[in-house]
Design a binder for this molecule. Structure first.
Ligand SMILES: *Cc1c(COP(=O)(O)O)cnc(C)c1O
Length: 569
């Protein structure tokens, strides 16, 4: 069998609502899209026969601007589609609200370290044949209302399957639904099965066959994070009477629930960290949910200074990220120097963007993520008096924040304003800045250039988290709540530090006090003394973060797990 026929016979189709493919292409919003991109980059490195499917998003997500009070303004973004992607002649069509919506695809090729290639097809409804409103369906990511979201999910799932077939992908071994957004692809597969058997009505046999074709990854333990649509909206936008006829397959609480669809129509389901697996099994009442802990693509997230070091000391790390365990052989002075370069780069950007001069000799704490209530971005500011007391007695520190709030989340937008108020109150004792427009390049700078990576989610709501993994591969230890990946990555004083214990949380307000007290204690008694009094011990921890966590929490290891457990089982 030639490699080419192997690739076409055994291909994995990876469907994701967002994929971060290039820093200049705003086709992602945050962690989910970055993970999808890192997965595809690993597949290209490892020559796993995978193709990606997503939407084109000519207007992307949004560009964040913050006024002097921290109020977020959203600016549309655009990008030169044909500079990065290649239009394909194939056309397919889906039915939305009874109208025929034609689709085309733009191809983006991801090339791996050894020259392996993974194709990604970005679906686009902006065709002259389509009605005006339908032409804008694939323009903006997470921009519209429920009707628009459902229409986009029809395009992604059903349009994606039709497009792959039109492009000649006949023998697809597994369809991977990266989160419930993609699970309408099962409808297109059910249609294929019904056509094969010549039946008019979809039944149990078709469902059983489609299950063998699909795998599903759930990404959030927050109940509101699971897409659902009312039956009246479904009837109006999607049609498909079998959804109402088979509620046990498609519905939860009388609504079309895309997580339910993913669970019922997959032969393998996983959560994205061990702890998230436990949470998902009880939340979704299913014993069969496995866990594959997320990773990051090391070469993508390692800063230039550490790339040079790894190339020198760890041959083969780009081909196999597990080689990073050999970071233990890198001299501490080299680690310190590479980190110093990354830190200076970050502080230069802070100065350019905010006008604030930060001191490279001062402990720098980073906190950057999508702004959502459960991530508790303001936990550090629970007790401002105690915080300034710590800076006065244990040593100075400075803090860099970043993160976008979803346009329709007023609570999250207010959180950014609270941080701005704390910034004012803490002046001049503690310097804190908020960098606008957190995206790929800002994340690269921040995760490499801070000294400590802070994460403070409300347990157990952080499914995995991946920014701490990016920090680890740059020798930046985490100071984090024991949730998500950190339950697995944390060894106290070896790879970083914990905040609080790992028991499930009962009372939210009480927990804030307990967790912030624990955070202050660690900062005062452990992190600051290490930084100012024992830099050698701290550099050892930095090196251990690379060797233990960089070598494991990467998408090379993660994709091996998917290949063995989900794709080629
Ligand atoms: C890595 C990344 C995220 C996800 O980080 P979490 O730790 O999971 O919150 C979000 N946004 C961007 C731009 C990223 O690079």
């Amino acid at each position: 069998m030639t490699t080419a026929s192997l690739a076409t016979d055994r291909v994995i189709a990876y469907f994701s609502m967002e994929i971060a493919l290039d820093p200049r292409m705003p086709t992602y919003a945050g962690g989910l899209g970055v993970l999808a991109g890192d997965t595809i980059r690993a597949a290209a490195d490892l020559r796993v026969p995978l193709v990606g499917v997503s939407l084109l998003y000519r207007q992307g997500y949004f560009s964040q601007q913050l006024d002097h009070t921290g109020l977020q303004h959203e600016e549309p973004t655009t990008w030169p589609v044909d500079r990065f992607t290649h239009e394909l002649p194939a056309r397919v069509a889906v039915t939305i609200e009874g109208r025929r919506v034609a689709l085309r695809a733009w191809r983006y090729t991801v090339t791996g370290v050894g020259g392996g290639a993974v194709q990604v097809y970005l679906l686009d409804s902006d065709l002259p044949d389509n009605a005006r409103p339908d032409r804008g369906l694939t323009a903006a990511l997470y921009g519209g209302d429920a009707r628009c979201r459902l229409a986009q999910e029809i395009v992604l799932g059903m349009g994606g399957v039709l497009m792959l077939r039109a492009l000649g992908y006949r023998h697809i071994r597994r369809f991977h639904m990266n989160e419930g957004h993609a699970s309408l692809l099962t409808l297109a597969l059910l249609d294929e099965q019904a056509e094969r058997t010549g039946r008019w009505i979809i039944g149990d046999e078709e469902v059983a066959r489609v299950r063998q074709q699909c795998v599903f990854t759930t990404h959030t333990p927050v109940p509101a994070g699971h897409d659902e649509f009312s039956m009246s909206l479904v009837t109006q936008v999607l049609g498909r009477p079998e959804i109402a006829a088979m509620p046990q397959v498609f519905c939860a609480n009388g609504q079309l629930n895309l997580t339910t669809v993913g669970l019922n129509l997959s032969c393998y389901v996983n959560a994205v960290a061990r702890r998230h697996g436990e949470t998902s099994r009880s939340l979704l009442n299913s014993h069969t949910i496995d866990a594959v802990t997320n990773g990051i693509h090391a070469a993508t997230w390692t800063c230039p200074a550490f790339q040079t070091l790894y190339d020198q000391f760890i041959p083969g790390w780009r081909q196999d990220n597990s080689a990073l365990r050999h970071a233990m052989a890198i001299p501490l002075t080299d680690i310190r120097q590479a980190h110093g370069e990354a830190k200076q780069q970050l502080l230069d950007v802070v100065l350019r963007q905010t006008g604030v001069v930060m001191d490279p000799s001062v402990l720098t704490i980073g906190f950057a993520r999508r702004v959502a209530a459960y991530k508790r971005a303001t936990l550090l500011f629970q007790d401002l008096d105690r915080l300034t007391g710590i800076a006065r007695t244990a040593g100075p520190f400075q803090v860099i924040y970043a993160g976008k709030a979803h346009p329709n989340d007023p609570g999250a937008k207010q959180l950014i304003q609270h941080i701005f108020q704390a910034i004012d109150t803490l002046k001049p004792a503690i310097r804190v800045v908020y960098l606008a427009n957190y995206e790929w390049t800002v994340a690269q700078l921040l995760t490499a250039g801070c000294d400590v990576w802070l994460n403070t989610p409300l347990r157990p709501l952080e499914a995995s988290g991946t920014s701490g993994m990016k920090a680890a591969v740059n020798g930046v230890p985490s100071l984090s709540i024991l949730d998500g990946w950190w339950v697995e990555g944390h060894v106290e004083g070896v790879t970083g530090w914990s905040i609080g214990d790992s028991a499930p949380v009962r009372d939210d307000a009480q927990q804030r006090l307990t967790d912030s007290a624990s955070l202050y204690d660690k900062l005062q008694q452990v992190v600051l003394p290490l930084y100012y009094q024992n830099p050698t011990a701290l550099t050892q921890i930095m090196r251990q973060a690379i060797a233990f966590n960089g070598s494991h929490f990467n998408t090379h290891r993660m994709l091996h797990d998917y290949v063995l457990r989900a794709y080629f089982r």
